[in-house]
Design a protein around this ligand. Structure first.
Ligand code: GLC
Length: 428
């Protein structure tokens, strides 16, 4: 069920091109194709900036001193985790927590005086300029009331004022993919795609401004970055009945179809649904479902990583893991579970690769140029074999020309990229 043939991937790529065309023309479709009002940096951007990165597993704040010579900046940062309540209450609670976190960072790092800040907000935002944008809709399980349709920069500024955090000026707003592309392109001028493979997944790329046929706000550069919101892609996807089940139980049914097959928030749940089904049929765990698989969301993608790392011939590591979690598992159960994990993660990596290939091949069908793809996110960084399977898929699709697609991990990209955007937009 989870195998995807090269023909299927090629059909997906063709469908993706059509959805891109529609999105750029403002026609109805599954790709929003959101203008980001920024082009890749010159690499000469310099100076100290704050960067706030919000919308993944953790909230991050960074102080970045850009060197202006295409090298990694000095970064000083802190992390904090928002609680389930904070992401599901309302705008005041959410942005209040963020503002207090920023205040604490400034105090503990002794940062006084005016600070310019770039803001990475990892959701779909409708922008008309670089320094503001409204949330189109939540994804990844976030649901805070009173944010959809509002300018998130204004919400942040208001919270900073209410919490008495003075001196911070938000000069730019961007999606995390855009931040990652900007960080990648700051380091390497061949970088023209930014990709997140983490809790969620999404891709942005560099497009000719003239190719954006829908109305665009004031912008005078020849190229502009487009946030595709590829996680919402929903045409020619090889969905199974488990994908439909997962969707029905999610916070945003009917949306983010590709993301729900690819990203870290969902892979564990997909495996859980398959296991629960096969167990109900009586073919696993003697028909009694272990507690580990009993609760929706209870089997996380970290577990998948552990199982994936088990390369023993008989899945001994997986058996031990099942034993630790309680419940009686036989060696056959462990081998089956590992096979399910490999199938679900394998499909995810192949789809992730195909969607990247679709984006690059829209404007370079012959893969004549080198495309450095900046990638950030926990799934790509930490999941055993994910990157290798993506690269294998590129080769399957393009043979030798696959060498033109170069995956480049940029850790902290979505954070330091916000500083690059802040610098690029401050200097005009
Ligand atoms: C979700 C968001 C998107 C973001 C991605 C990765 O798909 O809608 O904006 O880039 O997650 O964090």
């Amino acid at each position: 069920m989870f195998a995807v043939s090269p023909e299927r991937l090629r059909a997906l790529i063709t469908a993706f091109h059509e959805e891109m065309r529609r999105g750029l023309a403002g026609e109805p479709g599954s790709l929003k194709m959101l203008p980001a009002y920024v082009d890749i940096p010159t690499g000469k951007e310099r100076g100290p900036f704050l960067a706030l990165d919000m919308g993944g597993t953790n909230v991050r704040i960074l102080w970045a001193d850009l060197p202006g010579n295409r090298s990694v900046p000095v970064l000083v940062g802190d992390l904090f985790q928002l609680s389930r309540d904070q992401i599901s209450a309302d705008a005041g609670v959410l942005f209040g927590a963020i503002a207090r976190f920023i205040g604490r960072f400034l105090r503990t790092r002794g940062l006084t005086g005016p600070q310019r800040m770039g803001f990475t907000f990892s959701f779909a935002i409708r922008q008309r300029s670089i320094a503001r944008g409204e949330l189109i809709g939540w994804t990844k399980g976030w649901t805070a009331q009173g944010v959809v349709g509002r300018d998130v920069v204004e919400l942040l500024n208001r919270a900073l004022a209410e919490e008495g955090v003075a001196g911070v000026r938000v000069v730019s707003l961007n999606n995390d993919t855009t931040g990652t592309l900007m960080a990648g392109a700051y380091l390497d001028p061949d970088c023209d795609v930014g990709c997140i493979l983490g809790t969620g997944t999404n891709i942005c790329y560099r497009e000719r401004t003239a190719a954006i046929r829908k109305p665009v706000g004031p912008y005078d550069k020849e190229f502009m970055i487009i946030n595709t919101e590829s996680g919402n892609f929903n045409a020619a996807l090889p969905r199974t009945r488990f994908d439909a089940l997962l969707d029905a139980g999610s916070e945003n049914p009917g949306l983010q179809a590709e993301e729900k097959m690819v990203s870290g928030k969902y892979l564990g749940e997909l495996v859980r649904l398959v296991v629960a089904d096969v167990c109900t049929e009586g073919f696993l765990f003697g028909g009694r479902l272990p507690a580990l698989f009993a609760v929706p969301g209870g089997f996380g993608t970290e577990r998948l990583s552990e199982i994936e790392a088990d390369v023993s011939p008989n899945a001994d590591g997986t058996l031990a893991l099942l034993g630790e979690a309680g419940g009686g598992a036989a060696p056959g159960d462990a081998r089956f579970l590992r096979e399910v994990v490999r199938s679900v993660s394998g499909r995810a990596a192949r789809l992730a690769a195909a969607v990247l290939a679709a984006i690059v091949s829209k404007n370079d069908p012959g893969l004549d140029a080198t495309h450095v793809i900046a990638v950030d996110g926990s799934l790509f960084e930490k999941y055993p074999g994910f990157r290798a399977r993506m690269e294998e898929t590129f080769r399957e699709l393009y043979g030798e020309r696959a060498g033109c697609l170069r995956l480049a991990p940029v850790s902290d990209g979505s954070g330091f990229g916000a500083a690059v955007i802040a610098a690029a937009s401050s200097s005009g």
